[in-house]
Design a protein around this ligand. Structure first.
Ligand code: ADP
Ligand code: ASP
Ligand code: MG
Length: 411
């Protein structure tokens, strides 16, 4: 008998017939002799609706109240699924984050899980009851409700799987697994049979929202296999697992693109020690995450400094940077929200030359201008004009042969 955590995303519980479909799948897994802990997201569109409500009543919502509000979507879906299971004769009980005791820090809207208590869930399992746990939410030390950032139910699923030492965390979504690129923008995208934690972390951080990055971080830390699959089919999906020597290292396993960042350039910054720190300290103090940074040294004692921030924090960051730019006597601050970042990711890049030049050549052939470049051991990202984002992703997908050939054979 295995213990399996099954997490169902918003589309999978999008209406009552889909909730019944989920209940049938849970029932089948139980009949096969397993124990199941279910985690669910809010019904599709519900979290967006709640966020809009918050902003309609207050354009700068207090984040404690914001979390109290946007966590309610999951309260509805857990209760509905528990009722659907009960109507099929399956003992089930819904639990909110604070009821399980999913303890987080107090970083409202982006809280981090610190500890998951499992006594209550274990007690229910022993009694033959299937727990249905609300994803995306927890409780801080002072009893405040917190949420884990968009897509955070994935992290709830994996954190529960780790705490319960489950055999696998199954993530049920609206596509059949992790693809070489977003199947909704590139019809040639192909499903990967497996992918390493490190590659998946890069894909997730670069815009593949199929898994929340923190979920993959947790899975890697506790070595929990994640099986990403569709709630609408019985096909095997993608296994996210640790790298092993037998695994063939494909050069590039995926292409991502993301339009959620904006670019800020500080023009003619005096080129002397401490300036970068002056610019970035107020930004980090405001909890804004800076992604790419480019700085050239120049001959005449001045340099331009360009970086990207999430669009959600763009206005705040711009205000802070303008203030610093005046203090340090930079010439001006330029801003650009019309950018997209396309990236290629692959563990095989570590040991291959020529990947970057192949990427740049493929983009050049389509006349796509590269505005910024950044690299890590297993990824290369280019910022391009937003209107070329999807085209660039498709071009790179083809250039690296992801649309054909065998993917990920065991060697
Ligand atoms: P859920 O509501 O089930 O959590 P999400 O919308 O968060 O689902 O994530 C699934 C979506 O992720 C897919 O519909 C797809 O558009 C998107 N996606 C982006 N990149 C990829 C990728 N490389 N592989 C699979 N899906 C991807
Ligand atoms: N309902 C939350 C969201 O829409 C959490 C999730 O779906 O994972 O972001
Ligand atoms: Mg999701």
């Amino acid at each position: 008998m295995a213990l399996i955590v099954q997490k169902y995303g918003g589309t999978s519980v999008g209406d009552l017939s889909r909730i019944r479909n989920v209940a049938r799948r849970v029932a089948r897994t139980l009949q096969e002799g397993n124990e199941v802990v279910v985690v669910v997201s809010a019904m599709a569109g519900e979290t967006d609706r709640l966020i809009q409500l918050a902003y309609q009543v207050n354009d700068n919502p207090d984040l404690r109240e914001y979390d109290a509000l946007i966590s309610t979507g999951e309260q509805m879906s857990v209760a509905l699924l528990a009722l659907a299971l009960q109507s099929m004769g399956i003992p089930a009980k819904s639990f909110l984050g604070p009821q399980v005791r999913i303890l987080t820090d107090d970083g409202f809207s982006q809280a981090r899980i610190q500890k998951v208590e499992v006594q209550r869930l274990r007690k229910e399992l022993r009694a033959g009851v299937t727990p249905v746990v609300a994803g995306f939410q927890g409780v801080d030390r002072d009893g405040n409700i917190t949420t884990l950032g968009r897509g955070g139910s994935d992290t709830t699923g994996v954190a529960l799987a780790a705490a319960l030492q489950a055999e696998v965390c199954e993530i049920y979504t609206d596509v059949e697994g992790v693809y070489t690129t977003d199947p909704n923008i590139c019809p040639e995208a192909r499903k990967l049979s497996h992918i390493t934690y490190d590659e998946m972390m890069e894909l997730a951080s670069l815009g593949a929202k199929v898994l929340q990055i923190r979920a993959v971080e947790f899975a890697k830390k506790f070595n929990i296999p994640i099986h990403v699959r569709s709630s609408f089919s019985d096909k095997n999906g993608t296994l996210v697992i640790k790298e092993d020597e037998k695994m063939e290292r494909v050069l590039v396993s995926g292409v991502t693109y993301n339009k959620s960042e904006a670019r800020i350039t500080v023009v003619r910054v005096p080129d002397k020690p401490g300036i970068a720190s002056r610019i970035f300290t107020p930004i980090s103090d405001a909890h804004i995450v800076v992604d790419m940074i480019i700085q050239n040294s120049s001959a005449d004692g001045y340099t331009d400094l360009t970086f990207t921030v999430p669009k959600a924090d763009f206005k705040k960051a711009l205000k802070l940077v303008k203030r610093t730019a005046e203090e340090i006597k930079a010439q001006e601050v330029l801003a650009d929200e019309n950018i997209a970042k396309v990236s290629i990711v692959g563990a095989g890049m570590r040991s291959h030359a020529g990947v970057a030049s192949k990427m740049f050549t493929a983009l050049a052939k389509e006349n796509i201008n590269i505005l910024m470049i950044s690299t890590s051991e297993i990824k290369i990202s280019c910022v391009v004009e937003a209107k070329y984002g999807e085209l660039a992703a498709r071009v790179l997908h083809q250039a690296f042969g992801l649309d054909k050939g065998e993917l990920r054979k065991e060697s």
